[in-house]
Design a protein around this ligand. Structure first.
Ligand code: APR
Ligand code: ZN
Ligand code: ZN
Length: 368
């Protein structure tokens, strides 16, 4: 019986319990997790910001080893090392065929349902069914996921580093290299330098940005941002961050500005610090009732600014996960440096509580 961290209701700490895990059905695989990152979206489920059916096994940033495959699975075999994708991508639906696998029809429906592709979960405890967050459920020693939601990586890649690819890297690095149009020499601003924002920063550097202005309220996070490639650091608590970014970019504004928190105020700031003709890319997930008001004439038409939403870094996970594993091996993607704290499953509540602390980029649960 695997042990798992279960969120029973909004506002309660996760409970660490033994769970029952059904065998994989057709088209599914059972994965023994090696590691799982603790992401802000996990916290967002526990506090009601992100709506996800409860009770549920949380966790959606994981990597592990395939133990068992269901009927008809041909792309994976026991022993394969995989990163779990929290949007399973079928490759066949309208969105997958139009280069927008992050919006995959069956994959998104499964992720929203708290189950797998047939909308049912494989977890239960004491006879009570438990949902699994985002078709994943990586806060568990083992999970069952769709075979199209597990992507093979080289067997010698450390699983703690690989786990971070599953959300923070795909989302953040992808926002910079897939969603945004960053040209060589560009000036980029990144508002929010947590686990995801740091990946936007290293993605922007990879895309050729010359100046990368990191904005955060926490000096510790800004110092980490510098290690990931930020060239200018702005503490948002010292005056108006929009004015500071304007000043740093010759009064013009950033070619591309990213919001990586999910707050109404910082979304406004991000839009305002993008230059005329530039882009604001929204990566952070706001509460469902957050609205944004932009002057239509001045903001969009006369200044010709664009806002782009970014879901899962606009990633094709079947291409991008192996690509990121390769970049890591070549020393071009910092993953070990993102891990500030290795914990056991029992430490997950502390990790969620410490998320705001300046010293933590990512806490990673290591399973033995
Ligand atoms: N101004 C500037 N920075 C801020 C502000 C603010 N008003 N409020 C919070 N921050 C900073 C925090 O100091 C922290 O460094 O935003 C960062 C958020 O980082 P994390 O909590 O580590 O969150 P992360 O896991 O990076 O996720 C960010 O992306 O995927 C989504 O759901 C996720 O919405 C969340 C966002
Ligand atoms: Zn996440
Ligand atoms: Zn699809």
């Amino acid at each position: 019986m695997p042990r798992a961290a279960v969120c029973r209701e909004i506002g309660s700490p996760l409970e660490i319990v033994d769970v029952d895990l059904q065998a994989p059905k057709a088209g599914e695989v059972r994965v023994r997790l090696g590691a799982s990152g603790v992401c802000h979206s996990d916290l967002s489920v526990t506090n009601g910001t992100l709506l996800s059916p409860l009770p549920s096994v949380l966790g959606h940033e994981g990597a592990g080893v395939v133990e068992e495959v269901g009927e008809g699975v041909t792309n994976l075999a026991p022993g394969d090392h995989v990163v779990i994708s929290w949007v399973p991508q079928c490759g066949e639906c309208y969105f997958c065929k139009h280069g927008q696998g992050e919006l995959c029809e069956p994959g998104s429906a499964a992720a929203m349902s708290g189950g797998l592709l047939d909308m049912t979960s494989r977890f239960s405890a004491g006879g009570q069914p438990l949902f699994q967050m985002a078709a994943s459920g990586t806060f568990s020693e083992e999970t069952v996921v769709p075979a199209i939601g597990a992507v093979k990586i080289p067997g010698d890649m450390p699983l703690a580093a690989a786990a971070l690819i599953g959300c923070g890297v795909l989302t953040g690095f992808g926002a910079a290299v897939n969603t945004a149009d960053i040209a060589k020499g560009d000036t980029v601003a990144v508002v929010g330098c947590g686990g995801v924002g740091l990946n936007v920063i290293q993605g922007a550097r990879h895309a050729g940005a010359e100046r990368i202005i990191a904005v955060d309220m926490n000096d510790g996070k800004l110092q980490t941002a510098q290690k990931f490639g930020a060239t200018d650091l702005v503490n948002a608590s010292d005056g108006d961050p929009v004015a500071t970014v304007m000043e740093l970019s010759g009064g013009r504004g950033a070619d591309v500005a990213f919001e990586v928190i999910g707050l109404a105020d910082t979304i406004d700031q991000t839009f305002n610090m993008a230059r005329r003709g530039g882009q604001a890319v929204l990566v952070g997930v706001p509460k469902m009732d957050v609205m944004t008001t932009i002057p239509a004439a001045l903001g969009f038409v006369i200044m010709e600014k664009q806002i782009r939403g970014c879901w899962y870094g606009s990633s094709n996970v079947h291409q991008d996960i192996p690509k990121y594993a390769r970049l890591y091996t070549e020393g071009k993607l910092m993953l070990d440096e993102l891990i500030s704290n290795e914990i056991t499953l029992g430490g997950v509540n502390d990790a969620l509580a410490n998320m705001g602390s300046g010293s933590i980029a990512r806490s990673v649960i290591k399973y033995s």
